[in-house]
Design a protein around this ligand. Structure first.
Ligand SMILES: Cc1ncc(COP(=O)(O)O)c(C=O)c1O
Length: 357
């Protein structure tokens, strides 16, 4: 017989908490965790495999603790005059965020996000012993610079999360909000650009604001646009002093040689790896337009998913889609569901199944 959590000397602040757990069901069409549903292109996969095979020959040695080649790759990819010493990487941007919270949050401190937003922010914050404080958004989930700054000024958190575009709503965030929140706070301001590559190409990234703002951090991931979710690679750009702070909390050799080799090789093929982005954006916009035609209310999205309202009973609709082999996400916002933009076939399957319900 196995013990229960109550039998263990667990930290008091972890008692009663529920772990992250988006369902992982093997259905024909899985559109629930905003993955890129397109596999890595064949010609890139071969090069990545060669790089992994080469790294394997030295796998008896610890990897480069400073992941030098990978940081150079990210600095090149991001542009904006960034240098490798301004780059950090870890096993998914979740771990990047965890490192930031370990260094800048922790017991007795607070982190702040504007609800509804990425569901891991409170969990990651709590795991470091810090307290998570929720701010609010407008009715359509937008944030104005004045309102956001006022909320942050009042809360004075040690860490602020600005998710741009926001998950789970897809809402764009304009740079004047980032500037205003930075001015209103004394803490670290994290702009989480996990979905930035799906935004209109001429829209500036918060990377343009980094110069002269040593408390500003822009976090990114290879999990979405780069179709690399299974490899677990996230990264950030910030002042070199922030990177020094993260070295204090990371585990030694946290990025395996195989991960470094795979990600560095993938970055050499960035344009090919990102080749499906425009297709995904086209499917996202088709999903939104068709949802409107079906009488639902999709929210504006700059990401690779669509949150739509007008769902009478999300649990029943979710189950109806599930029974038709399609997995979407009930994020717990009343009368809404969220669907990731898939391939043309997957998106069609979702739309037809929904129309048939
Ligand atoms: C806003 C946001 N940030 C970060 C992540 C974490 O991504 P990963 O750990 O795969 O890099 C996600 C994943 O869905 C996300 O939606």
């Amino acid at each position: 017989m196995s013990a229960s959590l109550d039998d263990l000397p667990l930290r008091d602040d972890l008692r009663g908490q529920i772990p992250y757990g988006a369902p992982q069901a093997s259905l024909p069409v899985t559109l629930n965790v905003n993955e890129n549903t397109h596999p890595v292109p064949e010609e890139v996969a071969d090069d990545i495999l060669d790089a992994i095979a080469q790294a394997l020959r030295d796998i008896n040695r610890y990897p480069d603790r400073e992941f030098t080649g990978l940081r150079e790759g990210f600095a090149d990819y991001l542009g904006h005059g960034l240098e490798p010493e301004q780059i950090w990487a870890a096993n998914g941007s979740n771990e990047v965020l965890h490192h930031l919270l370990q260094a800048f949050a922790g017991p007795g401190r607070t982190a702040f996000g504007f609800s509804p937003t990425y569901s891991m922010y409170p969990l990651l914050t709590g795991a470091t012993g810090a307290t998570y404080v929720s701010g609010t958004r407008g009715e359509d989930f937008t944030l104005s610079a004045a309102d956001a700054a006022e909320q942050v000024e009042r809360a004075q958190p040690d860490v602020v999360f600005l998710c741009s575009p926001n998950n789970p709503t897809g809402t764009p965030l304009s740079l004047d909000v980032v500037e205003a929140v930075y001015e209103a706070s004394q803490g670290i301001v994290i702009v989480d650009e996990a979905y930035q590559e799906f935004a209109p190409h001429d829209e500036p990234s918060a990377l343009t604001l980094l110069h002269g703002r040593e408390r500003l951090v822009v976090s990114r991931t290879m999990s979405k646009a780069f179709a690399f979710a299974g490899a677990r690679v996230g990264y950030l750009a910030a002042d070199p002093a922030v990177i020094d702070a993260l070295r204090l909390v990371r585990l030694p050799y946290h990025l395996s040689a195989l991960t470094q080799a795979a990600a560095t090789a993938a970055l050499r093929h960035a344009p090919t790896m990102l080749g499906m982005v425009d297709d995904i954006v086209a499917q996202r916009d088709r999903i939104s337009a068709t949802l409107s035609a079906l009488g639902y209310s999709p929210y504006e999205s700059w990401s690779n998913f669509v949150l739509f309202g007008g769902v009478d009973d999300p649990a029943t609709t979710w189950q109806g889609l599930y029974d038709r082999g399609i997995l979407v996400r009930d994020v717990g916002l009343p009368h809404t569901l969220r669907v990731s933009a898939g391939s043309e076939e997957e998106s069609t399957a979702f739309l037809e199944a929904l129309a048939s319900l």
